[in-house]
Design a protein around this ligand. Structure first.
Ligand SMILES: [Zn+2]
Length: 243
């Protein structure tokens, strides 16, 4: 927090962030930026001007900064000293870490989802699949990419595991940036058929199948990415040019 934290005016704006509704306004900014990332409306590297965001959301700089810092903590915003905040640009190594983490927690999440299965949940998942198919058939890429992420979030909500849900929300937002930067083809992030397979396995309470389907789904998404490792290139160059 350069400039203002040491500025005499900083003390005056502080009570604002404690005012009722301040945390709601911080959440609104966070959710707005995250939704724009999920729909690929905000691209990696985009500058997030504090004043502009403050105007859009009718919020003080203090609140905007709090929101941006929280987003930075989640790895979807990058704050550069004296330059401000930008939408993060995950590296191939970051991408691999994100997918490794997803492979670790999402099979466990579907396990919990199988425990929570009920007609109401199956109904909700199926309504979601219908929405995904509809967005796909009308060629709405933004809605498709958002709904893909929402599917994974919905399964995590179903699991009832709030810590996994928190992790996954962050991982999905980061995945959205990764897919935008590194996907090979202009295909939607997730195949609706894969999602339907996962729902079918959950419905049958078939834990092993649900886990396996989730895992192969995540592997396929990662395989669709072109994660070129600059370090590997340097190595190859050294091999070629070395004695
Ligand atoms: Zn998916």
């Amino acid at each position: 927090m350069p400039i203002e934290s040491s500025h005499p005016m900083a003390a005056k704006s502080r009570p604002k962030s404690d005012a009722p509704g301040a945390s709601d306004r911080v959440s609104r900014i966070r959710e707005g930026v995250t939704a724009a990332i999920l729909e690929h409306r905000l691209l990696p590297g985009t500058k997030l001007g504090e004043d502009e965001i403050g105007e859009i959301y009718g919020s003080s700089r203090t609140l905007v900064r709090t929101a941006l810092q929280q987003l930075a903590h989640e790895g979807i915003v990058h704050i550069e000293k004296n330059r401000g905040a930008f939408i993060a640009r995950p590296t191939p190594a970051d991408a691999r870490e994100v997918f490794e983490a997803r492979r670790l927690i999402e099979p466990t999440i579907v396990d919990h989802a199988v425990d929570a299965v009920s007609p109401a949940w199956i109904n909700r998942l199926q309504r979601h699949l219908a929405e995904e198919r509809e967005a796909e058939s009308r060629g709405d890429a933004r809605a498709s990419v958002r709904l893909s992420g929402d599917f994974h979030r919905l399964v995590a909500e179903m699991s009832g595991h709030s810590i996994y849900l928190g992790f996954l929300k962050e991982l999905i937002a980061r995945s959205s940036l990764i897919i935008l930067l590194y996907r090979r083809h202009d295909t939607p992030a997730c195949g609706t058929d894969h999602h339907a397979g996962i729902v079918a396995a959950i419905r049958k309470r078939d834990r092993a199948a649900a886990r396996a389907q989730m895992l192969s789904h995540l592997n396929e998404i990662e395989a669709e990415l072109f994660l070129k490792d600059p370090a590997a290139d340097e190595l190859r160059l050294a091999d070629v040019l070395g004695p």
